[in-house]
Design a protein around this ligand. Structure first.
Ligand code: C2E
Ligand code: MG
Ligand code: MG
Ligand code: MG
Length: 292
């Protein structure tokens, strides 16, 4: 039948699909090699309190320093990793590296909280919480409340009983939980109602154009209102200008993160950035959020 023919074509005669599979396999081989060669890097982006400019922490964001193709963003390699056998190993690398960096700053006298993106599959992995527990047990100097796990609204959390269970165990270890990209998933309100979270992150897609787009502004305002009703602090990402930050502050948003404050940067650049930011805070005559 025509339907069968279509199906056969799909399976056996589509060079595009074959090519796609082959490319993905090659990419996973390359990523395995990159992990062994230590080619992944973490960049860090500051998160600040919008009323007084206090630095509350930094978000760790993965990059791939590729020998031929330069610095790659997550969009260029995470899709291949998602749902593959590398998702958990790469996630573990990020977790260890981020905490290691936090400790290194601490040793230099710079106390910073770190937010770490955890894929839902990694979070729900059987050994995830056990690993965290034993890590924290053997690193008593680490203050777990300085670590936030950023979790995306995703299908992997659909079993909200299990997800709540895992998140509650993380929180009882002292870690903070942020619900990332809030509003972009299919079950935002269900998650808000059922998952134990500490911070709501408004997705940048709503924030970026809110100065010009009344609908986006209405969504941002509503999310802030919702978060307040649930007594969750709310962080807006995609804060590209100080004008964004001022409007968010006036709407009652607590925390902001975006190019308007700082772009993600290598760990080595962060101490100097913190110093510049703090100097500006101390010397400010009027409003920290007025254009520099
Ligand atoms: P995210 O967790 O929502 O991170 C925020 C993204 O917005 C980052 O992109 C950041 O560079 C970007 N961004 C920050 N401020 C602005 C702004 O003002 N304007 C615009 N246009 N963009 C801004 P990045 O680093 O490319 O990461 C993209 C996504 O990849 C992240 O979104 C996160 O979902 C994922 N990701 C990044 N690092 C990791 C990681 O280590 N593990 C996992 N599982 N996912 C990660
Ligand atoms: Mg995030
Ligand atoms: Mg986000
Ligand atoms: Mg995002």
């Amino acid at each position: 039948s025509a339907k069968e023919k279509g199906r056969n074509q799909f399976h056996f005669f589509d060079p595009g699909l074959d090519e796609h599979r082959r490319q993905r396999r090659n990419q996973l081989t390359e990523i395995t090699r990159a992990l062994e060669n230590d080619e992944f890097k973490l960049y860090f982006q500051p998160q600040i309190q919008v009323d007084n400019g206090a630095i509350v922490g930094v978000e760790a964001l993965i990059r791939w320093q590729h020998p031929d193709h330069g610095l790659l963003n997550p969009a260029q390699f995470l899709p291949a990793v998602d749902n593959s056998h590398l998702e958990v190993p790469l996630g573990q690398w990020v977790l260890k590296e981020a905490i290691h960096q936090m400790n290194a700053w601490q040793a230099e006298g710079l106390s910073l909280a770190v937010s770490i993106n955890i894929s839902a599959r990694h979070l729900m992995d059987r050994s995830f919480v056990d690993y965290l527990e034993s890590y924290l047990h053997s690193h008593r100097e680490l203050n777990p409340s300085r670590v936030t796990l950023e979790v995306l609204e995703s299908a992997a959390l659909e079993d909200t009983n299990r997800a709540s269970n895992v998140l509650n165990r993380c929180r009882s270890l002292g870690l903070q939980i942020a619900l990332d990209d809030f509003g972009t998933g299919f079950s935002s309100l269900t998650y808000l109602r059922t998952l134990p979270v500490d911070v709501i992150k408004i997705d940048q897609s709503f924030v970026l154009n809110m100065l010009d787009d009344a609908n986006d502004r209405a969504i941002v305002e509503s999310v802030i209102f919702l978060a307040q009703r649930f007594a969750h602090p709310v962080l807006a990402e995609g804060v590209e200008t100080m004008e964004h930050a001022r409007l968010l502050r006036d709407m009652g948003c607590n925390l902001v993160q975006g190019y308007g404050i700082a772009r993600p940067m290598p760990a080595t650049d962060l101490p100097a950035w913190v110093q510049r930011w703090e100097t500006r805070r101390e010397n400010r005559e009027d409003d920290l959020l007025s254009p520099v």
